[in-house]
Design a protein around this ligand. Sequence first.
Ligand SMILES: [Zn+2]
Length: 313
Amino acid sequence: MAVRGRGLVGVDLGGTKTALALMDDRGEVVARDVFATQAADGVEAWLERAAAAARRLAPAGVRAVGVGAAGQVDPSGVLVATANVGGWRGINLGARLGERLGCPGTTDNDAKVELMAELDRGAARGCRTALLVAVGTGIGGAIALDGRVYRGAHGFAGEVGHAFVAGGDRPCGCGRAGHLETLASGTGILHSALERARGRPDGVLAEELRREPGARAVFAAARRGDADAQEVLDAAADLLGGSIAGLVTVLDPEVVVLAGGVAAADDAFWRRARRAFEGAVHPTLERTPWRPAALGEGAGAIGACLVARSLVA
Ligand SMILES: [Zn+2]
C-alpha cells in the first residue's frame, strides 16, 4: 500500500496513546501506526517518537502533518490549555513536528478534528451544519457552519463542556464552577455516584465502584437495578439532553453527532437524553437527528490528516 510521492500524516495525541494515519492524494487512509504517548518523558521525547513514526509510515516523505490534541488550541495552532498532557502548553506541536519532517504542520483541538473527519466521510457526511458532542472523561464538542468547522474569536467555539448549567457547584478544570462537564461527563457521573455511595456503603452502587472506580461501574449498578445509580445516570442524561436542546435551538444543525466513550456506553442513557432533548427543544427542531460518530477511534488521526491537507490544498 504505497503512496506515490509524499503523503499527508495525521497524528492523534491521546493521554495514553498516540495514533498516526497516512493519507494519499485521493484522500484514502493507506497506513496506520500507534505508540505509547508517555507524556511524563516530556514533549521533546514525544516529538522525536512521533517524527520517527511518521518517517516509518511515509518513507517517501511527508507533504504536511496535522496534530489533533485534547485541550484548547488557539487560532495559530498553539496549545493554550490541556489536561491530558500536563505542561505541554504554549507549543504548536504540529508545527514543531513539521520542522523535524521538513514540511508544514499545525495543531487543532481533538473534537474539531473529529468533526472534520465525520463531515468528510462519517456521520455528518454531506452536511453543511453539524454539532458534535463528545462525552467521555470530559465533554468536548465542535460546530460546523457552511461545511467548515467554526472556531470563533479565540478558537474556543464548540467547547460545550464549559457551558454553564444551573444547579451545579462542582469546580471545573477551567477554574469556574457549574459547567456541564462537571456533572454529565464520565468524571462527573463518577463524582455524583461516589457522593451517593458514601450514604449507602453496603449498596450495589458502592460495591460496583469498589470493583471499578469509573463511570462504567455506575452503568453496571444501574443494570443491576440499583436506584441510586439510575438516578445519577438519569440526572446526567437529562442535563445532556437539555443542554443539546439549547445548542440545537441556537445553531439549528442538520445533525448532532455523538462521540466519546460514554456516548458509546448505553442505549437507555441516550434514549433518556433524547426524550429530555425533545421535551426542551423548540418544536420546529424536535426531529433533528442524533447519530453516533461513525469513525470511532480512528476519527482523530483521519481528521488530523485533513488538517494537514488544509495546509497544502
Ligand atoms: Zn469549565
